[in-house]
Design a protein around this ligand. Structure first.
Ligand SMILES: [Zn+2]
Length: 62
Protein backbone atom coordinates (compact mmCIF):
# COMPACT_ATOMS: atom_id res chain seq x y z
CA UNK A 1 0.00 0.00 0.00
CA UNK A 2 1.63 3.21 -1.12
CA UNK A 3 -1.38 5.50 -1.05
CA UNK A 4 -1.45 8.42 1.31
CA UNK A 5 -4.35 10.56 2.41
CA UNK A 6 -4.95 13.50 0.07
CA UNK A 7 -5.76 15.72 3.02
CA UNK A 8 -3.29 14.98 5.80
CA UNK A 9 -0.74 12.71 4.06
CA UNK A 10 -1.17 9.89 6.53
CA UNK A 11 -1.35 6.36 5.12
CA UNK A 12 -4.71 5.86 3.44
CA UNK A 13 -7.12 3.26 4.74
CA UNK A 14 -8.66 0.98 2.17
CA UNK A 15 -12.21 1.68 3.28
CA UNK A 16 -11.71 5.40 2.83
CA UNK A 17 -9.11 5.49 0.07
CA UNK A 18 -7.66 7.79 -1.03
CA UNK A 19 -8.16 9.14 2.48
CA UNK A 20 -7.24 7.94 5.98
CA UNK A 21 -10.62 8.55 7.59
CA UNK A 22 -14.15 9.55 6.71
CA UNK A 23 -13.35 12.91 8.20
CA UNK A 24 -10.68 13.57 5.62
CA UNK A 25 -12.95 12.29 2.88
CA UNK A 26 -15.60 14.76 4.06
CA UNK A 27 -13.08 17.58 4.08
CA UNK A 28 -12.15 16.87 0.50
CA UNK A 29 -15.76 16.51 -0.54
CA UNK A 30 -16.60 19.79 1.14
CA UNK A 31 -13.78 21.54 -0.63
CA UNK A 32 -14.79 20.07 -3.92
CA UNK A 33 -18.42 21.03 -3.53
CA UNK A 34 -17.52 24.53 -2.40
CA UNK A 35 -15.11 25.06 -5.27
CA UNK A 36 -17.57 23.88 -7.86
CA UNK A 37 -20.95 25.02 -6.70
CA UNK A 38 -20.67 27.50 -3.82
CA UNK A 39 -24.27 26.69 -2.97
CA UNK A 40 -24.26 25.34 0.60
CA UNK A 41 -27.26 23.39 1.78
CA UNK A 42 -28.82 23.15 -1.63
CA UNK A 43 -29.32 19.79 -3.23
CA UNK A 44 -30.19 20.04 -6.86
CA UNK A 45 -28.70 17.36 -9.02
CA UNK A 46 -29.83 19.22 -12.10
CA UNK A 47 -27.50 22.11 -11.23
CA UNK A 48 -24.32 20.04 -11.39
CA UNK A 49 -22.10 21.70 -13.98
CA UNK A 50 -20.08 20.01 -16.67
CA UNK A 51 -17.06 17.94 -15.72
CA UNK A 52 -14.61 20.41 -17.18
CA UNK A 53 -14.40 22.38 -13.93
CA UNK A 54 -11.24 21.47 -12.05
CA UNK A 55 -11.24 22.66 -8.41
CA UNK A 56 -7.46 22.49 -8.29
CA UNK A 57 -7.22 24.95 -11.15
CA UNK A 58 -9.02 27.73 -9.32
CA UNK A 59 -6.80 29.17 -6.57
CA UNK A 60 -9.29 31.80 -5.43
CA UNK A 61 -11.14 29.17 -3.41
CA UNK A 62 -8.07 28.08 -1.48
ZN1 LIG B 1 -6.33 12.12 6.37
Amino acid sequence: MSKVCKICKKPAVENFAPFCTKRCADVDLGRWLKGNYAIPGRDGEATIPANDIDPDADPKFE
